[in-house]
Design a protein around this ligand. Structure first.
Ligand code: UTP
Length: 293
């Protein structure tokens, strides 16, 4: 049988983004810029670097700006052409060969619920899921490494990260045995456990390589924590049928769905941006001096 490659990615963006209110009252959280690109574009570029060219974005109310962002912008292109802004023109057309499909989640009933909408677009292929508010340092190779592991073990792979126990109840948490460097065979998954009953300090972060058998489980799943259809619960159901792996990420991740994570991502990614890095560095040094007094 021909090996199935990961060609598609789902980008769930149907959440309400309440931690960023009022900014997210009428605009998508996924369009908040980090330096000069919206958060969701970082996720798209990360997947594109792994050869993924088909994207299924799960949207919701007030999310139309995402569709416009990845669409052609003829008037803008004409104006950039006329004013000779070649570099900017190239920049806005850089992703124009990618294909996007948009599905609207009618109500924000959870990440698992959002994913279930993508079933008709995935059919029988493995696929990646990227939560765009988890920003992975663009120099890192997390998704590539996960796809590599999927090809080796032909089983779903979840990105995991060790987090302080004081934060554990914000995440889905796994327990597992280490099979080799960074690779864990998963024994158990729990959504947002209290620290005293968390099975470990290994939290699931926003990158997954999944197989279509997750959809059957999602469709029959009752609401879990917070009354939402939880992906972690569906994965716990899948674990009863097949092996799941965790890939331990040790690089830099920013929880940009949260204000402090967003600010850290902005500073660090701006420091990598040649246009602004040296001025920003000077400014940060001055701020650090000021804070000492
Ligand atoms: P979050 O837990 O960050 O929720 O969702 P949120 O609604 O985006 O933000 P807060 O917590 O209210 O501030 C994790 C991911 O799952 C998606 C979100 O868009 C985000 O990418 N999601 C969540 C959906 O697509 N639909 C949902 O019903 C819930």
């Amino acid at each position: 049988m021909k090996e199935k490659v990961v060609r598609k990615a789902i980008l769930p963006a149907g959440g309400l983004g309440t931690r960023f209110l009022p900014a997210t009252k009428a605009s998508p959280k996924e369009m908040l810029p980090i330096v000069d690109k919206p958060m969701i574009q970082y996720a798209v570029e990360e997947a594109q670097a792994c050869g993924i060219e088909e994207f299924i974005v799960i949207t919701g109310k007030h999310k139309r700006a995402i569709e416009d962002h990845f669409d052609a912008a003829f008037k803008l292109e004409e104006s950039l052409k006329k004013s000779g802004k070649k570099k900017l023109l190239e920049e806005i057309n850089r992703l124009s060969h990618l294909n996007f499909a948009y599905i609207r989640q009618r109500e924000a009933l959870g990440l698992g619920h959002a994913l279930s909408y993508a079933r008709p677009f995935i059919r029988d292929e493995p696929f990646a899921v990227l939560l765009s508010d988890d920003i992975i340092d663009p120099d890192d190779t997390l998704l590539k490494d996960m796809i590599h592991l999927y090809r080796e073990c032909k089983a779903p792979v979840l990105a995991i990260e060790k987090v302080p126990m004081s934060d554990i109840s914000r995440y889905g948490v796994i327990s597992g045995t280490r099979e080799k460097e960074n690779v864990y065979r998963i024994h158990d998954l729990v959504e947002k456990p209290p620290p005293e009953s968390a099975p470990s300090d290994m939290a699931i972060i926003g990158r997954y390589i999944l197989t279509p058998d997750i959809f059957e489980i999602l469709e029959n799943l009752a609401p879990g924590k917070g009354g939402e259809i939880q992906l972690t619960d569906a994965l716990a159901g899948l674990l009863k049928r097949r092996t799941l792996y965790g890939y331990l990420f040790t690089g830099k991740r920013y929880d940009a769905g949260d204000k402090i994570g967003y600010l850290k991502a902005t500073v660090d990614l701006a420091l990598k941006n040649s246009e602004v890095s040296s001025h920003l560095k000077e400014y940060l040094i001055a701020v650090a001096e000021r804070l000492k007094h």
